[in-house]
Ligand binder design. Structure first.
Ligand SMILES: C[S@@+](CC[C@H](N)C(=O)[O-])C[C@H]1O[C@@H](n2cnc3c(N)ncnc32)[C@H](O)[C@@H]1O
Length: 239
């Protein structure tokens, strides 16, 4: 255990049951946000980072999307598997995101990353989606960073964001904001974002189209990968 992110993950691992007891399935305004995300994505495969209980994934699948559930905490991954899902262990700070996906969703996960890790995660998410692919995520609104033991009775670390700084990092990492709102959930304000991978106009075609397949069809294993992270990250840095 070293940094704040590791301490936060240890808290989730130890108190996953407590987290589930103190959390609720998505409220109507969250369902509306997920519906908007599903509308933006259309069809295909979504990578969910930090699935936790997996309730958002359940809703997206009821909208016709396919979701790869992942989490950095084994306790959540084991619960998801026990419920019959093909969940994977993935730490967004260090893990391979894979892809290409039609979209990436990270609801209430990225506040646990510091600002450099957050920027890096956005760059890698961009590399993991198809041209024009989508990103949905939420962060807590505010200044600075700090600890809270609310919900778990154990410390979790949060980095807070303001809209101008958030828009700036999205732009720098190659995302065009499609929708951004501010929503109050209990005593917290959240920023909810939907974005599209930017900079693809006239650029990379969707690999499935090249292969004569309909959009939304799965990517056969034999297909070439989307551009690698290093190339993609360099592009995003130049922006
Ligand atoms: C507040 S919960 C949200 C869970 C779920 N997305 C939801 O909205 O119901 C935060 C989730 O992020 C996960 N998480 C925290 N840090 C992570 C990291 N570095 N990589 C992947 N998942 C992480 C936690 O294990 C936890 O499941």
């Amino acid at each position: 255990m070293t940094g704040p992110g590791d301490i936060t993950l240890a808290a989730y691992q130890e108190a996953a049951g407590e987290y589930l007891r103190n959390s609720a399935r998505p409220a109507p305004e969250q369902i509306a946000y997920l519906d908007r995300f599903a509308g933006l994505v259309g069809s295909g495969l979504v990578l969910e980072i930090g699935s936790g209980p997996g309730w958002d994934a359940d809703h997206l699948e009821s909208c016709g999307l396919r979701v790869v559930r992942t989490d950095a905490v084994p306790a959540f991954v084991e619960r998801l598997r026990a419920a019959g899902h093909d969940a994977r262990l993935l730490d967004v700070r260090t893990g391979e995101l894979g892809g290409p996906y039609q979209a990436v969703l990270a609801n209430a996960v990225l506040p646990h990353l510091d600002r450099d890790q957050f920027k890096d995660a956005l760059q890698r998410a961009r590399c993991a989606v198809v041209a024009g692919g989508a990103l949905g995520f939420t962060v807590k609104e505010g200044d600075g960073a700090g600890w809270s033991d609310h919900k778990l009775g154990l410390p979790r670390h949060f980095t807070y964001w303001r809209e101008p700084a958030l828009r700036a990092v999205l732009h720098r990492t190659g995302w065009r904001v499609d929708y951004l709102d501010h929503v109050a959930v209990r005593d917290n304000c959240w920023l909810r974002v939907l974005a599209r991978r930017d900079g693809d106009a006239g650029g990379e075609p969707d690999l499935r189209v090249l292969a004569g397949q309909p959009l939304g069809a799965p990517y056969p294993r034999s297909m070439p990968r989307a551009q690698d992270h290093a190339t993609c990250a360099r592009q995003a840095e130049r922006r």
